[in-house]
Design a binder for this molecule. Structure first.
Ligand code: GLA
Length: 661
């Protein structure tokens, strides 16, 4: 087991970032030491992409340069988060093992020249990864600077090669037991897909029309297990030499090809990277979405923001800037929601190479810059929050997330491309965030009893057990909102017969969906309460439920669009279309009211975030983060950790961390 919590070793919350000194030379390292002190950096992630320098030839290691930096950082009071470099194999490796290069679904084998170009199932890659992880652990496992192990970087690369095919077959045998069971699960009786031997079964490679959806779903599940196995191998290799905590950085909220609940169980501390895709208020909302996901994946345990950008908003084909003050606001937004600090990618903005234009804590302009001043101000703020270490956050509403449901909305042949899992989850979170409520994410199979309100925005796939769990939740007094196209298929992607959703949920919601009617791209339906629906509509039959809003036109006229059903001591709500933003916000407000959930702080104006961290001994701290342009008076003066004195007002765009009784 691990010897010390990260924050005990650091003596407070973490602040720092990826540090790649190999891109620079000695005068810059000297300046780094000085600037890190100024910015109150206490943790640096080292070695993420350094394989070619650490092992210049197979089996020949060069640790001298890394010794220098680890010792230098240590002497400067900066602890090390040491990465295994396996996300970026060196040229000698891929030349020697071309079979370990990624193969795309269309059969194209990629070549060396970027990063993340490897196949996780290739034996040569797995062996080389274990070897380099072991060599690093042996050398640095008990180095006094070492605070954390960072296995790999953002596991995400999928591969469709022959190694993968072989491993997939082994996994499928294990899951299905027999070829007959696999044929049944995948529905291969249709389109002449029936498999007569295991050798005939392949990963879902490029083919002419729809791929088999069962094959696509199982491939995701298989890949997720493969990632977990690869992570475990490195973790166990490290643990043989080191007692420091081990993690791998996820990239929430959108981009993961794995079951994050399962992977998070393997991590000593959940860590994750966040890069918003829209600036301004949307970026702050995305940070909150990210942080609530990261905390929830670890069951509420403290987690760590492993990367963010000082000035990076990825808007598809361009990098947009953050607003002045966002470095502090986003950092505190994450810490408020349970992160034990805040790290960035990367310390010094690259002068050359692939990420020259990704922002840094020290930008190209140098330390005499707005960005470095904001970094320093943020480092000082984080340094004042040491007493929060180990405290946690509890959400008052749960939004349901399930990897199977996510993947189920990514398979071929669905009735509408408008069913966007990630967008649905983000929208539910955003409406609750706007309402000032702290949100947890939960799996539909979890015990949900402590949440007065649960929102299920996109459970297209719902297993029998999870459907029964949701029924029990409502029967026991919970308020559940289920949104359109939910519970349509079981965990083998077989359609529910006799009407959707799965029978236990039909009972709890008091409805039966008889027909789905996806809408045209630009189609907008008016409902009886004046709200509008897009993307999807359904022919719903109320079976005990009360209709709160109905469709008004066409064959669905007078059919229920929004329903409520008293079931047991709880209430099951069903919404059969995608409501416009204003109406959705009003619905969420109504549900919060009926479930008796108030905002974190009563009476605050919109665009002020409020979150509370709790220590096991009863101490509490309240974060208030303003996204407003005028000052906001506080209900009563309180002690602010950031200024070290009493405050009575939140300045425009300002933040306070209040010690509260
Ligand atoms: C990811 C990676 C980093 C860096 C950043 C910025 O989060 O982990 O190595 O590439 O994105 O692009």
């Amino acid at each position: 087991m691990t010897s010390l919590h990260l924050t005990d070793r650091l003596g407070g919350l973490a602040f720092g970032g990826d540090y790649n000194p190999e891109q620079w030379d000695e005068p810059v390292w000297k300046e780094d030491d000085e600037l890190m002190r100024r910015a109150r950096v206490n943790l640096a992630t080292v070695g993420v992409f350094s394989w070619a320098l650490l092992e210049p030839e197979e089996g020949r290691y060069d640790f001298a340069w890394l010794d220098t930096h680890v010792d230098r950082l240590h002497a400067n009071g900066v602890a090390v988060d040491l990465a295994t470099p396996t996300a970026s194999p060196p040229p000698w490796f891929t030349l020697a093992h071309p079979d370990a290069l990624t193969v795309r679904p269309d059969g194209t084998r990629l070549t060396h020249g970027s990063r993340d170009t490897y196949c996780l199932t290739a034996p040569a890659y797995r062996n080389a990864s274990r070897r380099i992880a072991g060599a690093l652990a042996e050398r640095y496992g008990d180095h006094p600077a070492l605070a954390l192990w960072h296995v790999h970087n953002e596991y995400a690369t999928l591969c469709y090669c022959d190694h993968t095919a072989a491993a997939f077959r082994v996994w499928l045998r294990d899951r299905h037991g027999s070829l007959d069971a696999l044929n049944e699960a995948w529905g291969t009786a249709f389109w002449s897909q029936r498999y007569g031997s295991w050798e005939q079964v392949l990963p879902p490679r490029a083919t002419n029309w729809h791929k088999n959806p069962g094959q696509q779903l199982d491939f995701h599940r298989f890949w997720s297990d493969e990632v977990i196995a690869a992570y475990r191998e490195q973790r166990e290799t490290i643990r043989a030499h080191s007692d420091r905590p081990v993690t791998t950085n996820l990239m929430l909220p959108a981009y993961q090809n794995m079951d994050l609940w399962a992977l998070a169980r393997e991590l000593d501390v959940v860590s994750s990277d966040q890069y918003p895709s829209a600036p301004g208020l949307d970026a702050a909302a995305d940070a909150a979405f990210h942080a609530d996901r990261a905390r929830s994946l670890g069951g509420g345990r403290p987690w760590l923001l492993m990367e963010q950008g000082t000035n990076t908003v990825y808007d598809r084909d361009r990098v947009l800037a953050k607003e002045p003050g966002d470095v502090l606001r986003h950092t505190l937004g994450h810490i408020a929601r349970g992160s034990e600090g805040a790290l960035f990618f990367q310390w010094r903005q690259s002068r050359a190479g692939a990420e020259t234009w990704h922002s840094g804590m020290v930008p190209h302009a140098g330390s005499d810059s707005r960005i470095f001043r904001e970094v320093t101000q943020t480092g000082e703020a984080v340094a004042r929050l040491g007493e929060l270490a180990g405290s946690t956050v509890t959400g008052s509403v749960a939004v349901l997330h399930d990897a199977d449901a996510w993947w189920a909305l990514g398979v071929d042949g669905l009735p509408s491309a408008g069913l966007d899992y990630h967008a649905a989850l983000g929208r539910a979170h955003r409406a609750l965030w706007d309402a000032g409520v702290t949100v947890d994410f939960a799996h539909p199979g979890h015990d949900l009893g402590r949440y007065p309100l649960v929102v299920a925005p996109a459970l297209f796939l719902l297993s029998d057990e999870a459907a029964e769990n949701l029924r029990r939740y409502v029967a026991g007094g919970g308020t559940l909102l289920v949104q359109h196209a939910s519970g349509y298929v079981d965990d083998r992607l077989h359609a529910r017969l006799g009407g959707y959703p799965a029978p236990p949920l039909r009972e709890a919601l008091g409805i039966r969906v008889e027909e789905y009617r996806p809408l045209r791209r630009d189609e907008r339906l008016t409902l009886s309460d004046g709200s509008h629906g897009t993307v999807w509509s359904e022919s719903v039959r109320a079976d005990g439920a009360q209709t709160l809003a109905a469709y008004t036109h066409g064959m669905l006229a007078d059919r229920p669009a929004l329903t409520r059903h008293r079931f047991g001591t709880g209430q099951g709500w069903y919404l059969s279309t995608l409501l416009d933003d204003t109406a959705y916000a009003a619905l969420v407000a109504r549900l919060l009211g009926e479930a008796g959930v108030g905002p974190e702080v009563q009476g605050l104006p919109r665009r002020v975030e409020a979150v509370t961290r709790h220590a096991p001994d009863g101490r509490r701290w309240r974060f208030l983060i303003s996204h407003r342009t005028e000052p906001v008076p506080l209900p009563e003066p309180a002690h602010d950790l950031l200024t070290g004195g009493p405050v009575s007002e939140l300045p425009p765009g300002g933040c306070v961390v209040l010690r509260i009784a």
